[in-house]
Design a protein around this ligand. Structure first.
Ligand code: TYM
Length: 370
């Protein structure tokens, strides 16, 4: 065993060289179209990173399978997201753009890494608890989920094993590239923490220094959480509170004008309620600082009219989304171009992934009879 470990330590980390560009990996699930949460939490960072880093961005269609989508919708959604990546400005000559399922090495490494992942830690993951709770129609805590899953015959398919092992697959997406940075929104940070834990565990179990510990990337700021229009905490597809990059002008204005607010400030300088603070948060993302200041002051001196604020917010969102929307409509039916992009992306991604998989198999003892 000692001899083997010495050999294994020589397996190099491709991202470790001084001159090598840092490796960046991130993906978005193909479950519909991209919304402002995806844009500000992830895609806008991808755009800023593609010039300076070795970026690998993908469409997480295997992750989308965990919620059992309609096959035709899943396929359409993969194409949509690819078109949206390109329309937003991702450049296939700068970044590797691929579809997760086009890289079969990921599926194999997912199987291998699962041997070092505990069922308990997966069941405690916030996103699993959330999704399982929804699938089972529960409102209670983790214990109740466990009881339901194990005890209730009919619930077993609703909470599938893929949903439970979602973080393993995500860790593999990242580790198979030996990524340094993983630009994601705040909601994905727990998954990233698990990725680092799995990497450490793998290294220590096999006595190797093979995987690094990738971190989120926010250009020195905090991870972003884009709020929804319904007064709730987070913009999300399943929450039905989204503004999509593809929304036309009329739809978008209507959504913003209907956003939840309150009856207005009751006294000067009071703290805004959550729904109103959400509008300010959105404004901080899309508007000029002077515009935000204007409405913050108007709120503080109680002269604010939410209708005016929403009109301005819609205007400023449209400035971001309209050019992207026009390009999406242009690109999304160009099958030949889309196919070419992902073919080239898959080739590059597979080249990197197969090296890591080869090493991981070797480290774990899957060595073939030579
Ligand atoms: P997904 O598809 O739910 O979201 C894609 C990206 O958008 C970000 N995001 C948000 N950011 C801020 N505010 C919001 N309201 C908001 N909604 C979504 C997410 O944080 C994410 O960055 N598990 C991942 C996909 C994935 C992945 C990976 C990401 C699979 N493998 C490997 C990075 C690396 C997911 O479901 O993201």
């Amino acid at each position: 065993m000692a001899e083997i470990i010495t050999d294994l330590k020589e397996i190099s980390n491709p991202s470790a060289g001084d001159d090598a560009k840092k490796i960046v990996v991130s993906g978005i699930r193909s479950t519909g179209n991209l919304h402002l949460g995806n844009y500000y939490g992830a895609l806008s960072k991808f755009l800023r990173m593609q010039d300076d880093f070795d970026c690998r961005f993908f469409i997480a269609d295997l992750h989308a399978l965990t919620t059992n989508p309609d096959p035709n919708q899943l396929h359409a959604s993969v194409k949509n997201i690819l078109a949206e990546y390109l329309a937003a400005g991702l450049d296939p000559d700068k970044a590797t753009l691929y579809v997760q399922s086009d890289v079969p090495e990921i599926a194999e490494m997912y199987l291998l890494l699962n041997m070092h992942v505990g069922i308990g830690e997966l069941m405690r993951t916030a996103s699993f608890k959330d999704k399982a709770r929804k699938a089972l129609g529960l409102t209670g805590d983790g214990e109740e989920i466990e009881k339901e899953i194990i005890g209730n015959q009919s619930s077993q398919a609703r909470v599938n094993a893929g949903l439970l092992t979602y973080p393993t697959l995500m860790a593999v997406d990242i580790l198979i590239h030996k990524a340094d940075f993983v630009p994601v929104g705040k909601d994905q940070e727990q998954h990233l923490e698990l990725t680092r834990r799995f990497a450490r565990r793998f290294n220590s179990f096999y006595g190797v220094d093979y995987f690094g510990e990738p971190v989120n990337f926010n250009f020195g700021g905090e991870a972003v959480k884009v709020p929804g229009l319904d007064g709730s905490g987070k913009m999300g597809k399943s929450e039905g509170n989204c503004i999509y990059l593809l929304d036309d002008e009329k739809t978008l204005r209507k959504k913003v004008m209907r956003a939840v607010t309150d009856e207005g400030p009751k006294e000067p300088n009071q703290k805004p309620s959550q729904p109103v603070e959400n509008l300010f948060t959105l404004m901080e993302l899309v508007s000029e600082p002077s515009t935000v200041e204007h409405f913050r002051n108007a709120y503080a001196d109680m002269s604010i009219r939410y209708g005016d604020m929403k009109k301005q917010l819609a205007e400023d969102i449209l400035k971001v989304t309209t050019p992207i929307r026009e390009r999406i409509l242009d690109i999304r039916d160009n099958d030949e171009y889309l196919a070419k992009v992902v073919k080239q992306g898959a080739e590059r991604a597979r080249a990197a992934a197969s090296e890591t998989l080869r090493d991981v198999r070797e480290i774990m003892g899957i060595r073939g009879i030579r």
